[in-house]
Design a protein around this ligand. Structure first.
Ligand code: WQD
Length: 337
């Protein structure tokens, strides 16, 4: 049976492709390439020996989805296609609702019309909003405070309702914390367009010399060293979590699972770890807090372990080592073909 990965040419999607192909599964990538590079498909082939079939399309195009879903016997869809910048979601809210919410609805409708019953959905820890208690458990209140977070929560809710409608779907919702790192080959990795919003790719570009200095957004948070704490999870561990979810999705109606390590790491701790594995000094300067940032955020991984048998295996040094390996081998990202 075949698995469709919407957004499969992206940072997380490409790593899931590799894991699934190496687990012997057939994979079809459905991607509009708005935030990914066609070279990724060639890199997946170089790693696995197999290039996934690619359908260029938009998740809001129901006819294209129905056509793609009718071309094979699909056991499931992994739905990653979406926009993911918190800052951009403030300035381009309509586009975020159209892509993340309407796109998810159109995919669900196309699945219902083609008899594909199982979906694994890429959600985000931002659906929780300001934490009342840490670590964050799946039953924590849901109070996203960005348009991006609200689109992810609304997509979760529409999938949950459709799961109990006719024809029903089986849904696993994976709430990502902070995916970082890259495949050990250094052939696929995180390659943001323009200047990275996120910490790890920004540090990598400082280390390689593409950016002069890291701005540390706030050093007066109530944390161990005053800088923001996050739950960084290796992207290969995250990909393995999707493989585990595929093996579980048909067994239940709706399951919500955090994919994090259960450990928090501060900005300065990440900088130190990156320096230790790369040997590169990362110049940094303290800057004002970034709007919308939260002091501390990390997951409880208990539900993932109890239901999917999944636990993150790689640590911060592994994440920094693999991020640096990718950056060294691809100083200009996928433009280095
Ligand atoms: C991490 C820490 C910053 C950049 C975002 C999205 C979230 C999810 C993961 C999709 C924070 C600090 C950052 C920099 C810094 N994406 N930082 N200087 O904000 O936790 O989460 O990515 O689901 O939805 O919000 O990740 O990497 O941007 O920030 O000091 O140049 O690094 O303040 O403490 P974040 P991040």
């Amino acid at each position: 049976m075949t698995v469709m990965i919407t957004g499969g040419a992206g940072f997380i999607g490409s790593h899931i492709c590799v894991e699934l192909i190496q687990a012997g599964r057939n994979v079809v990538v459905y991607d509009n390439f708005c935030n990914s590079h066609p070279e990724v498909i060639n890199r997946i082939r170089r790693i696995t020996g197999t290039a996934p079939e690619v359908v260029k399309g938009d998740v809001r195009d129901v006819e294209a989805l129905i056509s793609a879903l009718s071309a094979h016997r699909f056991s499931a869809v992994i739905h990653l296609a979406g926009l993911k910048s918190v800052a951009d979601s403030v300035t381009s809210s309509a586009e975020y609702y159209d892509c993340n919410v309407v796109g998810t609805l159109r995919l669900a409708q196309a699945m219902q019309q083609t008899g594909v019953r199982n979906i694994v959905f890429s959600s985000s820890a931002t659906v929780y909003g300001e934490p009342d208690v840490l670590p964050l458990r799946e039953d924590h209140k849901l109070a996203p405070f960005s348009p991006y977070g609200r689109t992810k929560l609304q997509a979760e809710e529409l999938l949950s309702d459709i799961a109990h409608s006719l024809p029903p779907l089986n849904v696993v919702i994976l709430r990502y914390f902070n995916p970082v790192g890259s495949h050990e080959s250094g052939l696929i990795g995180e390659d943001p367009n323009d200047v990275p919003n996120n910490l790890m790719p920004y540090i990598s570009r400082v280390a390689i010399g593409r950016l002069p200095v890291l701005n540390v957004f706030g050093n007066d948070y109530p944390t161990s060293d005053g800088t923001g704490i996050r739950d960084y999870v290796h992207v290969v561990d995250l990909a393995a979590g999707h493989v585990a979810a595929l093996d579980h999705v048909h067994k239940q109606k709706v399951l919500k699972v955090n994919l994090g390590t259960g450990r928090g790491t501060s900005v300065l701790e990440l900088v130190d770890a990156y320096t230790a594995v790369s040997g590169r000094t990362i110049p940094f300067a303290f800057a004002p807090r970034r709007a919308g940032d939260i002091a501390s955020y990390y997951a409880s991984g208990d539900v993932a372990e109890e239901t999917l048998g999944w636990r993150a295996r790689r640590d911060i040094s592994d994440m920094c080592r693999d991020a640096w390996n990718w950056q060294q081998k691809n100083p200009n990202g996928y433009l280095d073909q």
